[in-house]
Design a protein around this ligand. Structure first.
Ligand SMILES: Nc1nc2c(ncn2[C@@H]2O[C@H](COP(=O)(O)OP(=O)(O)OP(=O)(O)O)[C@@H](O)[C@H]2O)c(=O)[nH]1
Length: 870
């Protein structure tokens, strides 16, 4: 602290009196000093120009807030005869005006020159402030000392919008009603989201239809289902689960079969379910084409129940694999570091029970131990699904008024009760009025129900509430988005979510559209209009770009849109030519990685890869705009080639012989390019990570390293070193650089420098090895998986508590980790001060090889300390 300040005074040459230290600090904008002085108990309101007024005149709003919070008097004048509200209104300091109004300051007081706060805001054109004052109850007819109203002042200074606003409030006489709409009430804005996931034909549409059927409809649905069942062959009973999760061939076929109309895209409807109330039901098609867009709709929500459906007609191993697929799909699309209460509930629903030999109890409950067995097996394979319910609902989805539907409804009703207890009231009249207005807005925008945020705000103000501030509208849109009433993405607001899910995405991602799409995936707006004429092409393209489905490229003045999703160009021969002289010499560099999802998760990358291609294109465009035109990107079906001057890379989605998908990244460079190659690979990984974070922040990724020796020899199927082997070797070695791993394909060893650093030992100084990183560096999905393994009480007590002891935490700290409300392991992993290496060792010592393996396979192998751009 400056000593002259701490003494408490300073001289202001402009004024003929001395400022206190607080006034001086407030005027100079020193928040830290203001805080210090307030804490030291200095007087807040001394002098003819109090600190609050001085801060406001200098537009130091943060300081003004601190002073107000500390209790500065806001009902005193300064030497100019102005109250704080006058200064804030003149300068348009909306948040301060808001704070002053909330503190109950007088909003009609006049300045020495006879102007009211409203006149000052009107004169200076601050419409947001005018709204705020009106909402706070300011008299709109107030006159200044010349007997002139504020709307006339606004007109005089050319602020017609303000004049119009005040005029409308006066003419309609609705000011009080509109102001009341903006006051939060104690009623929570709660609408449940019911989401249905599952393979084609498992009964999602049927379940939704039955849920919405009234009494009359339910009679009809029951009889039609009886008819349809007659024609179906009954399946053999499944007496035992023949677990076969290792054989992946064809087990996850996403084809829709049978004679029924498969849902296109996402069907969204709002239902009033008896005993539950308004519920938004999201039905996600089982067709694979649509998976790349589901992340936009699967946000974590405590107000949601996600049903994962499977058919009891399928074999037990297929049931397990399908359920695991969908649970992993869901987990991947939600951030993994939220408290479990934020995720909502997940429940399994076994369908087609009428086609098995299961029997019903007297009250109509189906008895089918196989369904429960499926759940138990799934829980063993994926123990970390937050809020997965412990029982399965077993049903014939075509029989609405049956016991399982009552079970489902009562689960929803319980969830609603729980949410009601936990939700703070946020329901405002504005939300209610907007919900009523949305219907007419949808009609007005029937052709293309998409608006920019500013147009939405403008319409809302002119048709619902002229006093709504930007902040009110932002909060409102967020509530509407989570209720499924609108869909907000970047600057756009889609006011019909069912149109977005069904007519737009349902159509554009349908197999039929794919069949006729341009094979290159590149469209001009005219081409696109010709292929999709249901709405304005430019508007749709903007929306699709905001959804990361396409990228706009300006190619020598011509605007084109690249849709990697439609790209079906085949790989060209010679893209990775072994004869290319630049990369054939002895000193040329080769390296590469493979990205896998953990064992037991299948088929997760296909829906993500087009997003990686979008991200690669964006990275290239950003480089072009930096005038770095040496970069080039060529993309084909599930593959991209990125070149940077003389460096080349191939990024492809591959599938091995057991249908396991992985992403392969190969890099090569000429002589003496080791450092360039290293950082080029890192840059590509960053771009990929960016796409992964956007689409699937909860997906666990394993990074395996390809043999540089074999890459250089262009061997078919080069050896790939799994990350657990590399990390184990690092842990065991005295020095990481001594690590050498055996490659059975070539019967030779490759060193860590060759595998990671393109043989350049100088890079070692820029690298921190994985085992030495802190456990906080573990990605959230790894932590979540560890929670699933270590949280449940274990037979020998080898759980989080013992782990905490081994990691050196004292009893007090361990006790502090204990809580009934969230995961102990998660708190241990976020607070303990230890390295990843120490964690692995401790887990081994505890004989928790399952948890150790998770860390070994997915922990980072290294982290770059110093990044050099290439
Ligand atoms: N017997 C019987 N048939 C069912 C049951 N559930 C669905 N079906 C039938 O299975 C067929 C497919 O059902 P849908 O509800 O359309 O399947 P879906 O899960 O919506 O499939 P996609 O829209 O392709 O993702 C229809 O003919 C249904 O009548 C059930 O529990 N029992």
């Amino acid at each position: 602290m400056n000593t002259s300040l701490s003494r408490g005074c300073s001289y202001s040459p402009r004024e003929s009196f001395e400022y206190t230290a607080l006034q001086f600090a407030a005027r100079r904008g020193s928040l830290e000093q203001v805080r210090y002085l307030i804490e030291s108990g200095t007087d807040l309101d001394t002098g003819p120009d109090p600190a609050l007024h001085l801060a406001l005149r200098k537009q130091n709003t943060a300081i003004a807030h601190v002073l107000l919070h500390a209790g500065a008097d806001f009902e005193i004048k300064d030497s100019h005869g102005d109250y704080p509200i006058h200064i804030a209104c003149t300068l348009g300091l909306l948040d301060v005006v808001h704070a002053l109004c909330a503190l109950g300051c007088s909003v009609e007081v006049l300045t020495a020159k006879g102007l009211s706060p409203l006149h000052l805001a009107a004169k200076n054109g601050h419409i947001h402030v005018v709204r705020c004052l009106c909402a706070a109850g300011c008299n709109i007819d107030i006159r200044n000392s010349d007997n002139i109203r504020a709307d006339i002042t606004a007109l005089k200074y050319g602020h017609n919008d303000i004049a119009e606003l005040l005029d409308r409030l006066r003419v309609t006489g609705q000011r009080d009603t509109l102001a009341r709409q903006l006051v939060p009430t104690s009623k929570p804005a709660l609408r449940l989201n019911l989401r249905l996931l599952g393979h084609c034909g498992v009964g999602k549409t049927s379940l939704v239809k039955s849920l919405s059927a009234g009494l009359f409809g339910s009679l009809f649905r029951r009889s039609s289902s009886l008819q349809s069942n007659k024609s179906r062959p009954s399946s053999p009973i499944n007496t035992q689960i023949e677990m076969d999760v290792t054989s992946r061939q064809n087990s996850l076929s996403f084809e829709s079969s049978g004679n029924y109309q498969s849902t296109n895209g996402i069907s969204v409807q709002n239902m009033d379910i008896s005993n539950v109330g308004e519920t938004t039901v999201w039905e996600f098609s089982g067709q694979e084409n649509y998976f790349p867009i589901y992340h936009h709709f699967l946000w974590p929500s405590p107000h949601s129940l996600t049903l994962v459906l499977f058919s009891l007609e399928d074999s037990p191993s297929i049931q397990v694999q399908q359920v695991c697929f969908w649970l992993n799909f869901l987990l991947a699309r939600q951030p993994a570091d939220l408290p479990s209460s934020e995720y909502g509930q997940v429940m399994l629903v076994a369908t087609h029970v009428d086609l098995t030999r299961a029997v019903k109890t007297q009250n109509g409950e189906w008895i089918c131990p196989d369904a429960q067995k499926t759940l138990e097996t799934v829980r063993k394979i994926i123990p970390h699904v937050p809020n997965l319910m412990s029982s399965v609902v077993i049903m014939d989805t075509n029989v609405p008024a049956s016991y399982p539907f009552k079970q489902l409804k009562s689960t929803l009703a319980e969830l609603k009760q729980e949410c009601l207890q936990q939700t703070v009231g946020t329901w405002t009249g504005l939300l209610e009025a907007t919900l009523a207005w949305l219907n007419s807005l949808q009609k007005d925008y029937e052709q293309f129900p998409v608006l920019s945020r500013s147009t939405f705000s403008e319409l809302l103000r002119s048709q619902v509430n002229i006093l709504a501030s930007d902040h009110h509208i932002q909060e409102l849109l967020q509530q509407l988005h989570f209720m499924g009433e609108v869909f907000c993405v970047q600057d756009l607001v889609v006011v019909s979510v069912s149109w977005l899910g069904g007519q737009l995405l349902g159509e554009l991602f349908s197999s039929d559209f794919f069949l006729h799409a341009r094979v290159t995936g590149v469209y001009t707006s005219e081409d696109f209009q010709a292929s999709f004429n249901q709405c304005d092409a430019l508007g749709a393209l903007d929306l699709l770009e905001a959804l990361d489905v396409c990228v706009q490229c300006d190619i020598e003045g011509e605007i084109e849109y690249e849709f990697p999703i439609y790209n079906h160009v085949e790989t060209l021969e010679g893209l990775w030519d072994s004869e290319d002289p630049r990369y054939a010499s002895k000193g040329s560099q080769y390296g590469g990685l493979r990205l896998y999802t953990p064992p037991g998760t299948y088929h997760q990358f296909k829906s993500i890869f087009p997003h990686i291609q979008v991200e690669l294109r964006r990275a290239i465009l950003a480089n072009y705009s930096n005038n770095d035109s040496d970069m080039d990107l060529y993309q084909w079906h599930l593959g991209s080639k990125l070149c940077n001057t003389e460096l080349e890379s191939l990024i492809t989605l591959e599938e091995d012989e057991v249908a396991l998908q992985f992403i392969e990244i190969k890099i090569r460079g000429p002589n003496n390019s080791s450092q360039y190659c290293f950082y080029f690979l890192e840059q590509i990984m960053q771009t990929i990570n960016h796409a992964l974070l956007r689409v699937c922040p909860g997906l666990l990724i394993e990074k395996h390293v390809l043999s540089p020796l074999e890459l250089k020899r262009h061997s078919e199927g080069p050896f790939c070193y799994p990350s657990d082997i590399i990390t184990t070797a690092m842990l065991e070695a005295e020095s990481t650089l001594d690590v050498a791993l055996y490659n059975p394909n070539v019967d030779a060893q490759e060193t860590i420098a060759q595998l990671i650093m393109f043989s350049d030992l100088d890079l070692a100084g820029n690298i921190q090895w994985g085992c030495a990183l802190r456990i906080q560096d573990l990605a959230p999905p790894i932590k979540l998986k560890l929670c699933g393994l270590l949280d449940p009480p274990e037979r020998h007590g080898r759980d989080w508590c013992l782990l905490a002891l081994r990691l050196g935490l004292c009893q007090d700290k361990i006790a502090a980790l204990d809580s009934q409300h969230s995961s102990h392991t998660m708190r241990l992993l976020t607070t303990a001060d230890c390295s990843i290496g120490a964690l692995i060792t401790s887990l081994h010592e505890l004989d928790r090889l399952d948890a150790a393996e998770v860390v070994l396979r997915s922990a980072p192998i290294f982290k770059i300390i110093e990044h050099v751009s290439v």
